[in-house]
Design a protein around this ligand. Structure first.
Ligand code: NAG
Ligand code: NAG
Ligand code: NAG
Ligand code: NAG
Ligand code: NAG
Ligand code: NAG
Ligand code: NAG
Ligand code: NAG
Ligand code: NAG
Ligand code: NAG
Ligand code: NAG
Ligand code: NAG
Length: 525
């Protein structure tokens, strides 16, 4: 016969044993967390929003704000104190929060060092300490956090080099170190992090050459190394990064050519190579990058013209080659790039006319063709065809465009800057003729109207008084005649009015005194 009551009591005994055992485990662990959190709080010298007020013994630790505990172990797994205006430093006891998976302390004013003890947090997956005032070096012991997937340390004052030790973090996908003071180059050993998807070191004076990581970073999608003082050439192997969507190497000292093999980066959407010392021609192979939206090559030493075949990149939205001695003409195929919003071709030694196909780009907002040797005129239907223009500047000191200013320009109602004048160098080779169209008064968004050094004749249209946002009018060095329209006195924002060197006559409108912001007034002969 079974003694039911003794069975039950054994059963009961067994369970109480399990419960007391496990609660002592929980208790020991949570005490460690408790102590660590209070230590962390003790080094916070400013807490303007009371983010840590609830971190006291009137509540169970798991009910404190800005953190969560795991359901099973009741240990702290998640802390998010981002953007709480906290000041202070980070206590080494943070390394005792051994169940922590997520630590967000971004956008505060933590200072001092990132403690080496962080390296004890082997369960940590996300470490975001960006936008603080952390100084000193990146702890080498971070390599102990072998589950780390994301590291965000940008916008601090970290010094020293990128620790080679982090190359053992084989789960890392996101490494963001931008805007610090890191030196010592980009270590080749980082190539071991084959899981990496985003790498950003921009704005660090790293120096050195392009790292030898290209055969390993197969998963890389975004690479940012703008302004890193990098030298040498851009390696041909760049084409191995077939998943890359953003490559930003602007403002460095790269020399040599743009590798033709860049066409291997078939997913590339944004390519920034501006402000380097690149030579040779723009590789035709770029035309196969059919997802490209940004092609920014300005301020290099590229020659050989703008390849016609680039018209194949129909996805392109921004095309900048300004400041390269390219030569040649503006290819007609530009008209195929239907997504173009911004064209910057200033200072490229371009000659010939502006191809009519350009007027087919109905999304165009900003165009600069300044400092070239372009000839011909503006297409008379410009306004109907480019309705979205915001900036339109020719600054034509070397350009030699001529003919009337098309009245249809008044249909570009978004226009904020209209600059068709000569530049400061004083070369007067452009000649826009005929009257200023009175429809110019429809350009109500205009803040700068710069048409100096042309051959405009007739009166200044009084409709100019409709342009309530105008801050600058430069109509000097034309052949304008008649009186200055009274309506100019209606322009509340006007700062500069330059009408000198025309054939204007009569009196200065008395209501100019209403232009309260007027600082510069030129009316001399
Ligand atoms: C402790 O936390 C509770 C809950 O947030 C809060 O109401 C209380 O003011 C805190 N006590 C102290 C001394 O900060
Ligand atoms: C962390 O907290 C900030 C500020 O309260 C919030 O904006 C952000 O979404 C939080 N981040 C996450 C990942 O929960
Ligand atoms: C940074 O934190 C402050 C509060 O301290 C907040 O007002 C600001 O919006 C935050 N900035 C960002 C970029 O999150
Ligand atoms: C907590 O961290 C400190 C500093 O790293 C260490 O000295 C201490 O032994 C740790 N305490 C526990 C309970 O692990
Ligand atoms: C850093 O890591 C080394 C090697 O693992 C270890 O000996 C040392 O104690 C760690 N330092 C701290 C402060 O945890
Ligand atoms: C990098 O990877 C190679 C090959 O897997 C390995 O031999 C080397 O130890 C790794 N280096 C580091 C620092 O992890
Ligand atoms: C860039 O690197 C050169 C050496 O290549 C060094 O002389 C120079 O100081 C560095 N510039 C900056 C801004 O770090
Ligand atoms: C050029 O890129 C292709 C992949 O598109 C690659 O197979 C080839 O090895 C690369 N050449 C060099 C010199 O890296
Ligand atoms: C350019 O695009 C046209 C039409 O899509 C295509 O036939 C041609 O092969 C492309 N040229 C190159 C060099 O990719
Ligand atoms: C402008 O586009 C239209 C329709 O797509 C086309 O027929 C015309 O030839 C294009 N004009 C120029 C100058 O490319
Ligand atoms: C045009 O240029 C201005 C000034 O650089 C910029 O703010 C604006 O975003 C540009 N517009 C478009 C549509 O790209
Ligand atoms: C402005 O555009 C409309 C419609 O496209 C057109 O009818 C009108 O003539 C244009 N105005 C000028 C001055 O070209």
């Amino acid at each position: 016969m079974v003694n039911l009551s003794s069975f039950s009591s054994i059963h009961f005994l067994f369970y109480s044993l399990v419960i007391s055992l496990s609660s002592s485990v929980i208790c020991g662990g949570i005490e460690k967390d408790h102590e660590a959190l209070l230590k962390i709080k003790s080094l916070i010298t400013r807490d303007p929003y009371g983010a840590l007020t609830s971190w006291n013994d009137s509540l169970h630790l798991c009910d404190w704000s800005h953190l969560y505990c795991g359901k099973r172990h009741r240990r702290v797994t998640y802390i998010n104190l981002s953007s709480q205006g906290l000041e202070g430093s980070l206590y080494p006891h943070v390394g005792n929060l051994s169940f922590l998976r997520t630590l967000f302390l971004g956008n505060n004013s933590f200072q001092g060092a990132i403690p080496q003890e962080v390296g004890h947090l082997y369960r940590l997956r996300q470490l975001y300490l960006y936008q603080n005032k952390f100084k000193e070096v990146i702890p080498t012991n971070l390599s102990g956090c072998f589950n780390l997937e994301e590291i965000g340390l940008s916008n601090n004052e970290l010094v020293g080099s990128i620790p080679k030790e982090i190359s053992s973090l084989t789960k890392l996908t996101f490494l963001s170190l931008f805007n610090n003071k890191l030196i010592g180059g980009i270590p080749n050993i980082l190539g071991n992090i084959t899981s990496l998807e985003l790498f950003s070191v921009r704005g660090n004076p790293l120096g050195g050459s392009f790292p030898n990581i290209l055969s390993q970073w197969k998963n890389l999608r975004e690479f940012y190394a703008r302004g890193c003082n990098l030298t040498g050439t851009i390696p041909h192997e760049i084409g191995h990064l077939s998943r890359l969507t953003v490559l930003s190497l602007a403002i460095n000292k790269f020399c040599g050519v743009i590798p033709t093999n860049i066409s291997g980066c078939s997913n590339l959407e944004e390519l920034y190579l501006s402000d380097n010392e690149l030579v040779g021609s723009i590789p035709k192979e770029i035309s196969t990058l059919t997802k490209l939206t940004v092609l920014s090559l300005f301020n290099n030493k590229l020659t050989g013209g703008i390849p016609t075949i680039l018209g194949n990149i129909t996805s392109l939205e921004l095309f900048s080659v300004a400041g390269n001695p390219l030569g040649g003409t503006i290819p007609d195929t530009l008209g195929l790039m239907k997504s173009l919003k911004e064209i910057y071709f200033g200072g490229c030694n371009l000659y010939g006319t502006i191809p009519n196909s350009l007027y087919n780009l109905s999304l165009l907002a900003n165009i600069s063709l300044s400092d070239n040797q372009l000839t011909g005129g503006l297409y008379s239907a410009i306004g109907a065809m480019l309705p979205n223009l915001v900036f339109f500047f020719f600054q034509l000191w070397v350009n030699q465009l001529s003919g009337p200013l098309p009245a249809s320009i008044s249909n570009c109602t978004s226009l904020e800057l209209l600059e068709l004048g000569k530049n400061n160098y004083g070369l007067l080779i452009i000649s826009y003729k005929d009257n200023l169209p009175s429809s110019i008064g429809n350009l109500v968004g205009l803040n700068t109207l710069s048409l100096c050094g042309n051959q405009f004749t007739g009166n200044i249209p009084s409709s100019i008084g409709n342009l309530q946002n105008l801050e600058g009018i430069c109509l000097d060095e034309n052949q304008l005649s008649g009186q200055i329209p009274d309506s100019i006195g209606n322009l509340p924002s006007l700062i500069t009015l330059n009408l000198s060197s025309n054939m204007l006559e009569g009196v200065i409108p008395s209501n100019l005194g209403n232009c309260h912001h007027l600082l510069t007034l030129y009316l001399n002969e």
